[in-house]
Design a protein around this ligand. Structure first.
Ligand code: RIB
Length: 299
């Protein structure tokens, strides 16, 4: 079984601020860093650092050498990456003193997928291979249709939620991984159990994973619900915590772990990620997740 992550690669411009800028306001920032990110690439890196062989498909602009280098350094398969004219996707991220973030996203090369490119990429995969998707590239609905037609298992992190997802036939998705904001946007419900119930009613054959930040995570499939508490840590920067969770959970499921054990592993990895600044840089390796002493953190 092969694993493909088809998604965004971004250059993240991260500004440390006392509070996230409000409309009409100018706020100073005394710390800036330029990092590799993008939900797609972060999730590929999480998979790779968990120990999974993963290929990443996507596009970068002429300024994207650092992103390609990161893929290679993390051992991610690069045969489905293309450098095209124009600029990379990039973000402007504000991180406040509590570690909360706000993200402005410019699509750039991530919005240049073509049907021919999708065919070329999916030509390398077959029935039961896994494809992991987010919503930061164009033609997502085409990728879902074509991957489903091949019999691939489709894992979708519907983030960020927007109208592009409404074009997708989400009944073809095998597993959704979403947070409570995306859950509300998709179902209109706010209570976690109601979000899960509404998702299950709409997509009865899909597994649903709902992350709840410091309140942990929930999983629902046709056998019932599983609950996982969050591991308490001091948050420095929550950017990419969800991506870390997604990569580790997919690793767990693809290697035969139960949903309960998968939630626990993914929660530990995400907890470590929020204790560190940055997106991709904050994603831990499996060894760090396993060796970390959670009892000491709880004291
Ligand atoms: O999930 C975090 C990521 O979202 C950042 O790396 C940024 O690029 C945005 O896509």
């Amino acid at each position: 079984m092969k694993v493909l992550c088809f998604g965004s690669l971004n250059i993240d411009y991260v500004y440390k601020v006392n509070h996230v800028v409000r409309p009409g306001e100018t706020e100073k920032s005394e710390e800036v860093s330029v990092n590799c990110g993008g939900k797609g690439l972060n999730q590929s890196v999480a998979l790779a650092r968990a120990g999974m062989a993963v290929s990443h498909a996507g596009m970068v602009g002429k300024d994207g050498k650092l992103l390609l280098d990161q893929c290679a350094e993390n051992g991610i398969g690069t045969q489905y990456l293309r450098m095209i004219e124009g600029r990379c996707g990039h973000t402007i991220i504000q991180v406040d003193n509590e570690g909360n973030n706000s993200i402005l996203l410019y699509g750039g090369a991530n919005q240049c997928m073509t049907r021919d490119f999708i065919d070329e990429v999916l030509g390398g995969f077959e029935k039961n291979d896994v494809i992991l998707l987010q919503n930061e590239i164009n033609l997502l609905h085409v990728i879902i249709d074509k991957a489903y037609a091949k019999g691939m298992q489709i894992y979708l992190n519907p983030s960020p939620y927007n109208e592009a997802l409404e074009k997708c036939d989400l009944r073809k998705v095998s597993c959704f991984l979403l947070n409570e904001i995306e859950g509300e946007q998709m179902t209109g419900e706010t209570a976690p159990e109601k979000i899960l119930a509404a998702m299950h009613e709409r997509y009865p054959s899909a597994d649903i994973v709902l992350t709840l930040g410091k309140d942990g995570s929930l999983y629902l499939d046709e056998h019932g619900m599983v609950r996982q508490e969050a591991f308490p840590v001091k948050a420095v920067d929550t950017t990419a915590a969800g991506d870390t969770f997604t990569g580790y959970f997919l690793y767990a499921r693809s290697t035969g772990m139960t949903a309960k054990n998968g939630l626990e592993l993914a929660s530990k990895a995400a907890a470590l990620a929020v204790t560190r600044p940055g997106a991709m840089d904050s994603i831990p390796a499996m060894e760090e997740v396993i060796c970390h002493s959670w009892e000491e953190d709880a004291l």
